[in-house]
Write a protein of this length. Structure first.
Length: 559
């Protein structure tokens, strides 16, 4: 039988074709080039998995290159967070590079463009430059400084570099084609003056290169073979190639830019600028708030590296932008945690149960299976006593035949414990049930091997013994936006769609085994969902984030 042929995505097809014509395998080199102006989000995760995945597939180097060309917005803490996120996903980079490593070379090349008459210093305002460039339907016209002499351009560019020129007084523009149908080719700005402190170069530089000038040249310096970008950079490819045309040594490898489609995620945003606004305006607490679609936020919420990588692999790479329902990401984490997470018991909306025929003051320890999906997970001991908590919604005085939980006169099994029967209840002056009085069958203990223990009842409830239960702070997270595409409405701001109920904080009660968990450990609260220990946990108070519910409640609401 012949082996099944590997299915390649279109990016891999590009590489395979290049290996047959213009490239060799030893010359392959990839890169991931984030800007250190915020935390990476789930969209970046797809790009990380693509580029580092190609490195693994072709046994080729992958550089981590920080595009640190805007000191006004970049910080070292963002550099550190980006490195942490990539490592969390299980990838390592061949070289750690920075665009700022190349500032001198980029400056020298800019001088070369000026000397060859291919760049000039423009002293117009940004508004005048925009007007002078025209529109997609009207041609651009030459500005008053396009014909400056080489010597004057060199002198002004030196003033920009030394800081003698005021911030914003001049820009350096490439002299290309003001009548090009591609607006990016109409004499793009390649340097601007910024008198800001840079996180790596301090105040050494007063001029900073623009992305389009930095991108291709950095790829060339590092000898990147394939530079993969999201689809919005497709119009930039012509400019990428023009810059390389001016500088490339025919002996050296020429980088190749190609584009793939951005994968947008429903009910959230994949724009660092807009995510920054959520942080700045206090909608969320921080970049790693578990409601954020950042990799750090997802990790804090309990998403595993495997679930994020499986999600990225599942949606693949394509040539057209599309909206991925967030339920696909939630499916990935459920599928992963189902195999890994121990099952424990916690009650989030408690009502007291008193087992009237159980001995007062007695506690027995029962054996509970940790995870039926994992034969190596073993067992633990849980305490059982006369007074318990169950969920309020698990009891009704009267109910129809389809209600298989606890109701007066009927039996249910307590998970890992006994069968109980509801005999009566106590209410407060407002009619709220405060206690449920039950009897238990002492011969029905789970796993005892008796006939009674094998007796079948339709309902099984989770519970905790009140005396040994530990209080826990539980943070219930919902989707951050009520609209699946909050940033696509022309007449409304995306902030108008913030979900006011995206976070609910409650106090629950859990079995004492949870004291042994560490930060970022995830368990399944039986029948309730998956929950992860938050870094804000202390010795005095455990804090849990709901990672995901056991089912897609939004889908059920839609139905």
């Amino acid at each position: 039988m012949s082996e099944e042929k590997e299915t390649l995505n279109f990016i891999e097809h590009i590489i395979e074709e290049d290996l047959k014509t213009t490239h060799n395998k030893e010359g392959l080199c990839f890169r991931f080039p984030p800007e250190p102006n915020g935390y990476l989000h789930i969209g970046h995760a797809s790009s990380i998995c693509l580029n580092f995945g190609l490195g693994l597939k072709y046994n080729a180097p992958v550089n981590l290159r920080f595009d640190d060309t805007n000191p006004a917005k970049e910080e070292q803490r963002f550099v550190d967070a980006i490195k942490k996120d990539i490592s969390f996903l299980g990838y390592s980079w061949t070289k750690e590079c920075y665009a700022s490593d190349y500032f001198q070379q980029l400056y020298d090349w800019a001088l070369l463009l000026i000397k060859e008459g291919k760049a000039y210093v423009d002293s117009q305002s940004s508004e005048d430059i925009a007007n002078q460039k025209g529109t997609p339907t009207t041609l651009g016209v030459a500005g008053p400084y396009r014909t400056r002499s080489v010597s004057e351009n060199l002198d002004l560019f030196e003033q920009m570099k030394t800081g003698d020129a005021p911030e914003g007084a001049h820009v350096l523009r490439a002299k290309i084609d003001l009548e090009s149908s591609n607006m990016l080719m109409r004499d793009p700005v390649i340097y601007r003056t910024l008198h800001k402190h840079h996180h790596r170069t301090g105040t050494d530089w007063k001029i900073f290169p623009m992305y389009d000038w930095t991108h291709g040249e950095s790829d060339y310096i590092e000898q990147i073979s394939h530079s993969f970008c999201t689809l919005e950079f497709l119009p930039h490819r012509e400019l990428y190639d023009w810059f390389l045309d001016q500088l490339v040594d025919p002996v050296k490898l020429r980088p190749k830019q190609r584009e793939f489609a951005r994968r947008n995620l429903s009910h959230t945003l994949v724009s660092k600028r807009k995510l920054a606004r959520l942080v700045e305006e206090g909608v969320v607490q921080s970049w790693d708030d578990p409601r954020m679609p950042t990799i750090s936020g997802l990790r804090r919420r309990g998403y595993t590296a495997a679930s994020i990588k499986n999600f990225a692999e599942g949606i693949g790479v394509g040539k057209r932008d599309n909206l991925i329902d967030v339920s696909r990401l939630e499916f990935s984490i459920r599928e992963d945690l189902n195999k890994k997470a121990n099952r424990v018991m916690a009650v989030l909306d408690p009502v007291k149960v008193i087992i009237t025929n159980y001995p007062e003051g007695e506690t027995e320890w029962l054996e509970a299976e940790n995870n039926q999906e994992d034969p190596e997970a073993g067992h633990r001991q849980v305490p059982f006593s006369r007074e318990l908590y169950i969920e309020k919604e698990d009891f009704r005085e009267e109910a129809n035949k389809k209600f298989f939980r606890l109701k007066l006169g009927k039996e249910v099994r307590l998970k890992n414990a006994y069968i109980i029967k509801a005999e009566g209840c106590v209410k407060d002056e407002d009619g709220n049930i405060t206690e449920i009085h039950c009897s238990y069958d002492p011969k029905s203990k789970s796993g005892s091997g008796t006939q009674e223990s094998l007796r079948k009842v339709k309902g099984t409830l989770h519970w905790v013994a009140i005396k040994e239960a530990i209080p826990v702070e539980v943070r219930l997270y919902d989707r951050l936006f009520t609209d699946p595409s909050p940033d696509t409405h022309k007449d409304k701001d995306f902030m108008d769609f913030v979900n006011p109920d995206s976070l609910t904080v409650i106090t629950g009660y859990a079995e004492p085994s949870l004291k042994e968990l560490a930060v970022e450990d995830t368990v399944q609260f039986q029948r309730l969902g998956y929950f992860t220990v938050d870094p804000e946990t202390t010795e005095d108070e455990m804090v849990f984030n709901r990672t995901v519910s056991l089912r897609d409640s939004w889908a059920r609401l839609a139905e």
